[in-house]
Design a protein around this ligand. Sequence first.
Ligand code: NAD
Length: 478
Amino acid sequence: MQHTQLFIDGEWRESRSAETIVVVNPATEDIIGSVSHARHADLDDAVSAAGKGFKIWRKMSPLDRSHIMRTAANLLRERINRIATVMTLEQGKPVAESKTEINASADILDWFAEEARRTYGRVVPARGEGIYNLVLKEPVGPVAAFTPWNFPISQAVRKLGAALAAGCSVIIKPPEETPASPAELVRALADAGLPKGVVNLVFGTPAEISSYLIAHPAIRKISFTGSTPVGKQLASLAGLHMKRITMELGGHAPAIIFDDADVKFAATVLAAGKYRNAGQVCIAPTRFLVQDALYEEFISEFVERTVALKLGNGFDEGVTIGPLANDRRQAALSSFVEDAVQSGAKVAAGGGRGQNKGYFFAPTVLIDVPTTARAMNEEPFGPLALIQRFKTFDDALEEANRLPFGLASYAYTRSIRNATAISAAIESGMLSINHYGLALPELPFGGVKDSGYGSEGGLEAVESYLATKFVSQASPAD
Ligand code: NAD
């Protein structure tokens, strides 16, 4: 049994009320531990610690900040076997995927550590002699960050890395369902020498924590990753209190396979992207739009790769796809499939819960899915591939842009004309053509429309934790 504590002002501790929440293994449904439940009194402690931490961290040189972040990245790498076990136990993904996530998270931290040294301002030429127009970049202040359970460490490190690089302190609330792995990230930072109060870790009732922290005058910036409905609620609350925000929300990625594509390659890359983390990925390809001439062949290639997957406990040898992270997703996936079949879709692979115990759902391919099916409109967030045919470029584009989501999109084609036209017309924050090239730390990561705003990668990620101050300075008269 593993118990995860709060981390406030440099101390691991229980909540003042001593309340806890249970943690369940999604592969077995066994209770595997608990997490401390913070209430307002604990949040007050965290806010006051973040205020003190901010004063220290903002004054520390970017070079020193960078060293601490790099040391933490190396600690994650050294501890990878232990942390991967913790992650698979509470989240369900195969151990190899947990290790990939931890290594990627260490790389993200390294990248932000470097960016810490490049939070440049600029000097704008003045209109008079002896005047200096200085554009200065300053950390916005203490941040409240909310992260989800699909990538317990890498979702957290994208926010912590950018905030720490900018010189901000943070109160982070990772998911209560997978608390121990993000706590390991915080432990690595603390062990690397992060000053007290710079990062504070809380868990509890999400709505209670977000409404309290967003409204709190000491918190200057909000960053949230999760569903669009929750993101809209938090964005409106942040608007009421004039807080800066980054919102990384849901997606419903179209993958367009034109009739001149390399169909086997497209099926291989897209199946890997679809089923990674049991499909619980905001940028996972979901609506597969296949041009007439390749329709049957793509289905056959994609189904072949789907049925080759081995569903099971992430600790078992040879398992390539684990359970869903919680029972809500299992119920949601069942209802999406049932509704689509009633609307006229056909099941080409999978379709059901998979195993009796655990939150398993078989990787599923639905074909000829009508646009009216719920799954074609709401984010399935699971191992569900929806395949539809199209005739012309314009038909594909219309379907790709039909939904309010606009996070990731994919296209497969040998034609430069198709590639250029789709880049210009697609309504999404990210587009990957003829390969799977999203989510690296040095590249922008974010959506448009209902998928949110702001970026969690690239230069833009740090910028959103910086405020611009303009100083115009003249020499005093002699
Ligand atoms: P949900 O909308 O209840 O919660 C999503 C996340 O937001 C969770 O981590 C939760 O703890 C947090 N949350 C919920 N209400 C909150 C509040 N008032 N204040 C602060 N945080 C809050 O849904 P869920 O059942 O946990 O997940 C299902 C949906 O969430 C999926 O369909 C998907 O759209 C979305 N999701 C997106 C991502 C992503 O990477 N963008 C990750 C996980 C979940």
